[in-house]
Design a protein. Sequence first.
Length: 36
Amino acid sequence: KISKGRLKEVQDELNDRPRKTLGWHTPHEKFAELLR
């Protein structure tokens, strides 16, 4: 079983990883951009 803390760590790691499909921006950056 995976703890909620570990799940949050993995989520944060993936959301801070640059993606080619996002022009090498992170999902976190693009989401924040949409909220502006």
